[in-house]
Design a protein around this ligand. Structure first.
Ligand code: SF4
Length: 266
């Protein structure tokens, strides 16, 4: 069973706490969506949430933090492995996420995971706030700006070198705690030899604990954009150690009764 609660006092509806969902990456998860659909730094061509309606890098207060914490507390009897801060867009558009994490810790010691597109890691305030997380899961789909534009269609202020530099800086500060990066590959867009080489070089500089690779599988996309399992295996070998495939579609199928986190995480 998935419990699903919404905060009725917020206008527009910004906060959504639900769960448990099953995530191959994290296990049993209670999700707190921090931003409304679809406020995001990106407008990824593979997004399962449809087109971005507000592309922004401006952080704001969308959540009523005490209400979010109360909703999380109501779902703790499901004994989640993680509380995941996510969004129907980029969760870190929500400001002061460190305060939210501190409040969550007043009701539970379940570890807190933060999902992100990675599009705001160039901001020092974002990196500082994330120091309160237990695990951070940023994405990186490109190692050069042309590919970033093609895959993620970012806000005009976002450049790939700034993203990578911010992730490197964050890695240095977030010592002893895991960073699991995710790369979504779209056939014919960011899976060329040159694109893969640039992503690999960026990942090696960032030094995450894991790199999790998946292929885009959105019904609206052409089949040529989907990369075969064999090819994904070869790409994982190319990237080297600490790299794995995540098959979130298969996870959703396996985990009958659970909503797939892939469909809700930014
Ligand atoms: S996939 Fe994530 S980062 Fe990309 S547009 Fe959708 S919500 Fe935003």
């Amino acid at each position: 069973m998935i419990a699903h609660t919404r905060n009725p006092s917020m206008e527009p509806q910004a906060t959504c706490v639900f769960g448990p969902v099953h995530s191959r990456r994290l296990g049993r998860v209670i999700c707190a969506e921090l931003v409304p659909h679809k406020v995001c730094t990106f407008d990824c061509i593979y997004c399962e949430r449809g087109l971005t309606t507000r592309k922004t890098i401006m952080r704001d207060m969308y959540c009523d933090f005490p209400a979010v914490v109360a909703e999380i507390r109501d779902l703790l009897h499901f004994e989640p492995d993680y509380i995941a801060l996510t969004g129907a867009g980029e969760p870190l558009i929500q400001g002061q996420v460190n305060q939210l994490m501190q409040l969550i810790r007043t009701v539970t010691d379940v570890p807190i995971a933060v999902m992100s597109s990675g599009g705001l890691f160039w901001r020092a305030d974002v990196r500082a706030e994330l120091m309160d997380a237990d695990i951070v899961l940023p994405s990186l789909d490109a190692g050069d700006n042309a590919t970033l534009q093609a895959v993620n269609r970012p806000h005009a202020r976002i450049a790939v070198d700034d993203m990578i530099d911010g992730l490197i800086r964050f890695r240095r500060r977030f010592k002893g705690r895991p960073i699991w990066m995710r790369t979504t590959l779209v056939g014919g867009v960011n899976d060329t030899a040159q694109s893969l080489d640039r992503i690999r070089r960026a990942v090696r500089r960032i030094e995450p604990d894991r790199l999790q690779i998946r292929t885009a599988e959105v019904p609206s996309m052409e089949s040529s954009h989907v990369i075969s399992p064999d090819r994904l295996e070869r790409i994982v070998e190319y990237f080297g150690e600490n790299t794995e495939i995540i098959d979130e579609a298969a996870t959703a199928e396996r985990s009958r009764g659970f909503r797939a986190l892939a469909a809700v995480a930014g």
